[in-house]
Design a binder for this molecule. Structure first.
Ligand SMILES: NC(=O)c1ccc[n+]([C@@H]2O[C@H](COP(=O)([O-])OP(=O)(O)OC[C@H]3O[C@@H](n4cnc5c(N)ncnc54)[C@H](O)[C@@H]3O)[C@@H](O)[C@H]2O)c1
Length: 330
């Protein structure tokens, strides 16, 4: 399992040195190269491979481009590739590293809130190929350095995007929920202790179930509907915003089945200025849900909140889902 270090960029040199790598290379995008690589190279001088910014560059073509450069550099299995960026870069760095010579050393420095609390943790790597993350591996990094100072340059919309996932952790984990209870300004949720609580929760789950065969599925809370909205919007809606709407639907399903207080979730999403609706009809969303990969032997599998800190992964009847969708989508 990966070693996760909560610290600052100052910790980078010692993390690199502890692996005694033969060679080191950074993988980033052109935005982060401008913003942060100058600072990072102060701690370790090494070649920087930069790809253009954007989800569409999380591709097999980018991977081939990077493998070629690594080959020319005579990179070996005992060499270290360090991904510096958001989830696009951390997913791609993990994928590239896991395949090259059957796996090199891998370090990640996530620079978005979403990547710090989610994408860079837990060893899932991937590139898009016909569909999202269609090619991928499970390959935990040797280290993940969480350096919250890198969030200083992140646009507000990206911070809110990460908050959608933080709201998910608040339903899954009562510690995170308590931390968030009296926060009114979304930016206050960027506290180090909150980020740390989210990461620790995810680590606890993935350490028990790396390959998503059981417990890890709870992390899909809100994601069944989120994926449907992402597809409906042609991936224009931000992931964290889609999760926010998905959380409300899951909460309403929980209310119908177990008396969960969905009002708590709705109030939290409002406080965080996260969306609680999307312009689609309940029928459209249901149609997408039926096509989702969690549509299992003809049934829809949902993560349903029972109370804060307690969810169940179960098959939910279409009638119940339809009623929840009708409350959120008009
Ligand atoms: N592997 C996993 O478990 C997992 C989990 C969740 C999401 N993901 C993946 O993560 C990706 C989304 O990640 P994301 O939301 O971080 O998006 P992203 O990587 O596209 O980053 C969002 C934007 O912020 C910019 N950026 C990043 N850091 C910055 C900084 N410090 N200052 C200024 N700008 C900065 C990026 O250049 C980009 O334009 C998706 O591809 C998704 O599939 C993976």
């Amino acid at each position: 399992m990966e070693r996760v270090v909560f610290g600052s960029l100052l910790h980078l040199s010692s993390l690199i040195n502890s692996l005694k790598p033969y060679k080191v290379a950074f993988l980033t995008n052109n935005i982060l190269k401008e913003l942060w690589m100058g600072e990072i190279l102060k701690y370790k001088e090494a070649p920087v491979i930069a790809i253009p910014d954007g989800e569409r560059y999380k591709s097999i073509e980018s991977a081939m481009y990077i493998w070629k450069i690594l080959r020319e550099m005579e990179f070996t299995r005992k060499s270290l590739l360090i991904g510096v960026g958001g989830g696009v870069i951390t997913d791609l760095a993990g994928f590239v590293s896991s395949i090259y010579m059957r796996g090199t050393y891998l370090g990640l420095v996530p620079t978005t809130l979403l990547a710090q609390i989610d994408a860079a943790i837990g060893g899932k790597t991937g590139v898009n190929f016909y569909g999202k993350n269609m090619l991928g591996t499970f390959y935990p990094a040797n280290f993940v350095l969480i350096a919250p100072e890198t969030l200083k340059t992140l646009p507000q919309e990206e911070l809110l995007n990460g908050l959608g996932e933080i709201a998910k952790y608040a339903i899954l984990d009562s510690t995170v929920y308590r931390f968030l209870q009296d926060i009114d300004d979304p930016m206050e949720a960027l506290r180090r202790d909150i980020i740390e609580a989210c990461v620790n929760f995810k680590l606890k789950i993935v350490r028990e179930d790396m390959r998503e065969e059981g417990k890890r599925r709870v992390l899909n809370l809100g994601h069944t509907v989120a994926h449907a909205l992402e597809k409906l919007s042609n991936y224009r809606i931000k992931h964290g915003f889609a999760v926010s709407v998905g959380l409300l639907v899951a909460a309403l399903v929980g209310e119908m089945l177990y008396g969960f207080d969905a009002g708590k979730v709705e109030a939290m999403l409002h406080r965080f200025r996260l969306p609680t609706g999307y312009p689609a009809s309940p029928q459209e969303v249901l149609r997408e849900l039926r096509g989702d990969k969690k549509f299992w032997y003809g049934k829809i599998v949902f993560v349903v909140p029972v109370e804060i800190g307690n969810v169940r992964v179960e098959i939910v009847g279409e009638e119940v889902i339809k009623r929840a969708l009708e409350k959120v989508f008009k």
